[in-house]
Write a protein that binds this ligand. Structure first.
Ligand SMILES: [Zn+2]
Length: 336
């Protein structure tokens, strides 16, 4: 247990306690977005999160009783990071349509947008914040959703409506101030994580390693100034080049910064065939990638780590993410 007082922790409504038989794997059926023909409007498997859990259950790794369900992040929780102005702007469907990049959302009444889209994203955000506490208690934790790395305190975009990574880290600095002073973000989603980069610009407590395809969205040159270890990839980068760059750079960042805590944004839109990521990483490459990260952070250095699943919404992604988590389990990199 962390050194912060129980009184202090009890003030955070997102920090639930879990029982010893529960895995620090966080998921709620409320994560899943589903309405109208959303999937036809966006290259998007909206049941990805539930499918990952189904695969883990079929493999008998977890049951409904052994996973952790998060609370929904409330306006109060979100205000720790977000501006009132930004949160108010989400009351307009046209603004949500811009954030999600689905123009037809602008035509929907806002109560439907809140209920079917933003509420699931607020549950996922609550999950990411909770993952911080559980990783400190158990050494690791996986939020089956979250990883909204394009959203900052005052601006959303790229399907990211809430800045869950910033919230996770600011909550740690607030509630575990004696223990957590240096956080490393390892962002291996195909896209640049410009949201939290804007939030942590010039903040020496946070070291950002970001490996992304430089030829795709968001091309945020100003936010790039926040990246301490920038690895820019070309279109169709393959496993061999990708995994070598990861190995060398992650080792360098861990040795240079010596973090107390790690946030791993494990987007799978690096997968070959992804219409948004434009890289050429195989399913096996993704499994090896996750194993490299957990080996270096947990096995070699024993640093608590949170993993979020972030981008990657092809039909095959859920199976690959589940296989990767099962591989971490098989290799004894994670356990209950
Ligand atoms: Zn992405």
């Amino acid at each position: 247990m962390a050194s912060s007082s129980i009184d202090e922790l009890s003030k955070n409504p997102l920090y639930k306690d879990i029982t010893p038989h529960q895995w620090p794997i966080i998921y709620s059926s409320n994560y899943n977005i589903g309405f109208l023909y959303m999937e036809k409007l966006h290259p998007f498997d909206s049941s990805k999160w539930g499918s990952i859990i189904n695969f883990l259950q079929q493999a008998k790794m977890i049951t409904n009783d052994t996973i952790v369900t998060p609370n929904e992040a409330t306006t109060n929780d979100l205000l720790l990071v977000h501006t009132k102005h930004y949160l108010s702007s989400l009351k307009w469907s046209i603004q949500v349509a811009r954030v999600l990049e689905v123009p037809l959302v602008a035509m929907l009444p806002n109560f439907i947008v809140q209920w079917r889209i933003l509420k699931p994203l607020r549950y996922q955000t609550g999950g990411t914040v909770l993952a911080g506490k559980l990783a400190l208690e158990r050494g690791w934790s996986i939020n089956i959703g979250g990883g909204f790395h394009h959203c900052s305190s005052d601006s959303g975009g790229g399907f990211c409506a809430y800045a869950d990574i910033t919230l996770l880290i600011i909550n740690l600095f607030t509630y575990y101030s004696n223990q957590i002073k240096k956080v490393l973000i390892i962002d291996l989603d195909a896209h640049q994580g410009n949201g939290y980069e804007r939030d942590f610009m010039n903040d020496d407590r946070v070291y950002i390693m970001d490996m992304y395809n430089r030829q795709i969205y968001p091309h945020d040159h100003q936010a790039k100034n926040a990246i301490r270890c920038k690895i820019e990839l070309e279109n169709y980068t393959n496993d061999k080049i990708y995994l070598r760059l990861l190995h060398i750079n992650l080792e360098k960042c861990l040795n240079e910064f010596q973090p107390n805590f790690i946030v791993y944004n494990a987007g799978t839109d690096i997968l070959q065939g992804d219409p948004l990521g434009n890289l050429d990483i195989t399913p096996e490459g993704i499994i090896i990638r996750d194993e490299i990260v957990f080996s270096k952070c947990i096995r070699e250095r024993n640093i608590p780590i949170v993993m979020c699943t972030s981008g990657g919404y092809q039909r095959t992604n859920a199976r690959i993410i589940a296989d990767s988590i099962l591989n971490l389990f098989k290799k004894k990199l994670i356990s209950c």
